[in-house]
Design a protein around this ligand. Sequence first.
Ligand code: FNR
Length: 183
Amino acid sequence: MKRYKIAVFVGSLRKDSFNKKIAENIIRLAPNNLEMEIVEIGQLPHYNEDLDTHNRVPAWTAFRNKVKTYDGVFLFTPEYNRSISGVLKNALDVGSRPYGKSIWNGKPAAVGSVSMSPLAASIANHTLRQSLVFLNMPVMQQPEIYIGSAQNLFDEEGVIDDSTETFLKQVVTDYANWVQKFN
Ligand code: FNR
């Protein structure tokens, strides 16, 4: 059985982030042919094209080299002021350059949006999809992953409720099939 390495990005740096909790559950529920792990993005300096020569920002080079080794990406975004978070957008921008050498090109992707709001960060979900279209990433269309009122989905021990777990398991199984189509 071929195994696929999947990079998971979480667009919230908050310690108790619900995006992170949902990402961790997706990783736990992944089928055996997916090897998923969170790739940190909070350490990346803001993208500045002036500095993007001769490895002057080693953190960008390290990030690009690392992400290149994955077969697909799974992105989780909160909604900040009706858009995606700055940290997630910065990671996309860093990975997209130098021009013509984007690490994102062709990588099969999935987008999840998670919020305490019942609106489930759905605007951020689609804002993120817009960038992924330009970055030439095939994004799984269905099932869509909108997780709203996230604070109500976990018990006191942090265990996720049964219906959300069933949904996430379906999502990550469908994503595994999606990844296979492009690798
Ligand atoms: C928010 N939040 C928010 N929620 C929403 O539904 N629409 C929005 O436009 C915003 N805007 C926004 C801006 C900023 C700066 C912050 C800090 C928060 C609420 C936010 O989506 C919510 O707190 C999520 O739970 C954040 O995700 P994590 O940190 O739990 O993963």
